[in-house]
Design a binder for this molecule. Structure first.
Ligand SMILES: Cc1cc2nc3c(=O)[nH]c(=O)nc-3n(C[C@H](O)[C@H](O)[C@H](O)COP(=O)(O)O)c2cc1C
Length: 301
């Protein structure tokens, strides 16, 4: 069965959002935010909370970035012990701070190291967890054949291809024909290809899976404020508000010392498609605690 999953998003797919997506969206897989292998292994406390693993029905994939195969090995063991179902290696992040260290999309320029990292993670987890890569089609130009061909040599379980180059970042449109090229390359291997980029609905995801013969599709931005997307469900305003409150509660439960203002961006994404949504959205941008949120939305429903 092809997979439809929540893409990793830094600052978004944290434990409370993962809880909500598992609860109402029930996709096939959910990714964490990307986690620095070096930060994790050297014991940065803030990083531990990025890997909070609560009990879920949905398979959870821990995504890591970095450059040292040895740290990837150790980080993969940590994620395995925490009960994650798969390890994903970020080879697509275009952020300067990550790229300049040679990590994320920087690995596109270091094909041998990229293979070593995959092999190191595979050695750490054996066949017990899936090992995958999430990447882009190339550095400045699409170089799908060489780059994906290189990754296939290390035999990851799947490769998720965001159909943009490093240089494009998020501009332009995703070129899904590049994903088709990757599928052709992987035909004679055991590696499955997942597609990613600009998917707006479950039906579009299913169409792409069929058209390109994919192992799966990941949805990112279209899931912001819309965990229902994985079911193809359009929520009522009541359902929307129930999820807002549940999300805030889980945020406080998972991160008891954090300030609820961190949740404001999610609240803004949820507050749409009902009367006076813009006004409510503005008010939600100022909340400091869950009582503020309850007060604002009680006026609507
Ligand atoms: C706010 C934000 C944070 C992201 N963080 C990550 C990340 O941590 N790891 C990663 O592999 N991709 C990251 N991405 C890229 C997405 O996973 C996805 O590849 C991209 O948004 C294209 O898919 P979409 O059009 O469905 O959003 C991020 C994207 C956004 C918008």
């Amino acid at each position: 069965m092809p997979i439809i999953g929540l893409a990793p998003m830094d600052g978004v797919t944290d434990a409370p959002f993962r809880y909500i997506v598992d609860l109402v969206g029930k996709p096939d897989i959910i990714y964490t935010e990307f986690v620095s292998v070096k930060g994790l292994i050297l014991g940065k406390p803030a990083i531990q909370r990025m890997l909070l693993r609560h009990k879920t029905k949905t398979k959870m994939i821990a995504q890591f970035f970095g450059v040292e195969p040895e740290y990837f090995y150790q980080a993969a063991k940590v994620a395995k012990d925490k009960g994650f179902d798969g390890i994903d290696i970020n080879m697509g992040c275009p952020d300067k701070s990550v790229f300049h260290r040679g990590a994320g999309a920087g690995l596109i320029l270091q094909p041998k190291l990229a293979r070593e990292i995959i092999l190191s993670v595979k050695k750490a987890v054996g066949n017990s967890l899936t090992v995958s890569v999430k990447t882009r089609t190339g550095y400045k130009e699409h170089q799908t054949k060489e780059w994906i061909g290189n990754l296939l040599e290390a035999e990851p379980d799947f490769i998720c291809l965001h159909a943009r180059t490093f240089k494009q970042r998020y501009s332009g449109v995703a070129d899904w024909d590049q994903i088709g090229i990757a599928v052709d390359l992987a035909k004679k291997t055991k590696t499955k290809i997942f597609g990613n980029g600009d998917i707006k609905s479950r039906s579009e995801a299913l169409d792409k899976i069929k058209k390109y013969n994919l192992g799966g599709v990941l949805i990112g931005r279209a899931a912001l404020g819309n965990p229902w997307i994985f079911q193809g469900h359009v929520p009522t305003t009541k359902e929307r508000f129930e999820v807002i409150i549940e999300h805030c509660k889980k945020f406080m439960e998972f991160f008891p010392t954090a300030h609820l203002s961190i949740m404001r961006k999610h609240l803004g994404w949820y507050a749409k498609d009902f009367p006076h949504a813009a006004e409510i959205r503005n008010e939600l941008m100022q909340v400091n605690n869950i009582e503020d949120v309850e007060k604002i939305i009680s006026r609507v429903c």
